[in-house]
Design a protein around this ligand. Structure first.
Ligand code: URA
Length: 278
């Protein structure tokens, strides 16, 4: 091959890896991070079991594979035992039942915003910036979300989190199993914050939180009733377009803005008791 052909071949290979979500290279030889993660996992089992509630400690930690029942039982026990948001963040960080934790994420990413916010925003899952900084929606999509919240006068009224708490590799959509094992922590966060309503950013959040298979374009801009799996907590929930989608399709901003105004109008109504509705 001529030197130019070598360069073109190298560029083409790099473009292929970039498309596949590979953003950095640290060594000459490949390393199987998943195998490393599983080894770490067994080493941590004993420590995690000792740190959690006695009934949950009897459930061996196992990242959710095809059968998520053990991981789900443990997530439920850990989430229920968390008395406040700080304890919930620690419980999430120590939870080994979500496979995403062992697929290259550098830390868990739980929340930012007001701990008693009237509005909870739920996104899909952390991306690269969130993985590095440890907070949700801090990258380009998050900055757009912040600008929209500010324009709607809602910037101080939000608590922001995601359906999963570890970055999916290559920013792929989290699987229903990954979302399901994280859901008990999300539900506990809703109980602890006590928002008046939920804003669901994007298809992955709307489908998972509302247990629906409808497309986001059909769901956005309509109010749904979110019901807790256990207990009698119910909240109005509004699906909207994901800010990352708006960055790719700016023409869709008009629809997302209409959703934001609808939300802001409902939030500005006088607060009534839960029995009377939001
Ligand atoms: N997209 C999400 O859904 N959540 C984040 O935290 C960041 C980007």
């Amino acid at each position: 091959m001529t030197p130019n052909a070598d360069i073109r071949a190298a560029e083409s290979l790099l473009a292929f890896w970039a498309d596949a979500g590979v953003e950095a290279s640290y060594a000459d030889a490949p390393i199987d991070r998943m195998a490393e993660g599983l080894a770490q996992l067994s080493a941590r089992r004993a420590a995690v079991s000792a740190a959690i509630a006695p009934s949950a400690a009897r459930v061996p930690v196992k990242p959710a594979g095809p059968d998520i029942s053990q991981a789900l039982a443990q997530a439920r026990a850990l989430a229920a035992a968390a008395p406040d948001l700080e304890a919930l963040a620690a419980a999430i960080a120590g939870f080994d039942g979500c496979a995403l934790k062992f697929e290259g994420a550098s830390q868990s990413v739980f929340s930012r915003g007001r701990p008693d916010a009237p509005l909870m925003i739920i996104g899909e899952g952390p991306g690269g910036d969130e993985d590095r900084q440890g907070e949700p929606f801090v990258g380009r999509a998050g900055k757009l979300l912040d600008r929209m919240l500010t324009a709607a006068g809602l910037q101080d009224q939000v608590f922001i989190t995601n359906t999963v708490f570890w970055r999916p590799p290559g920013n792929r959509t989290p699987t229903p199993a990954e979302q399901a094992v994280c859901a008990p922590f999300l539900h506990r966060a809703i109980q602890l914050v006590g928002p008046r309503m939920l804003l669901l950013a994007g298809a992955a959040a709307a489908k998972s939180v509302l247990r629906s298979s409808e497309g986001i374009l059909a769901m956005r801009g309509r109010w749904f009733d979110w019901k807790a799996e256990e207990g009698d907590l119910e909240l109005p929930a509004l699906p909207t377009l994901h800010p990352a989608f708006l960055l790719r399709q700016p023409a869709a901003k008009k629809k997302a803005w209409a959703d934001m105004l609808m939300l802001s109008e409902r939030l500005s109504r006088p607060h009534r008791s839960p029995e009377e509705g939001a």
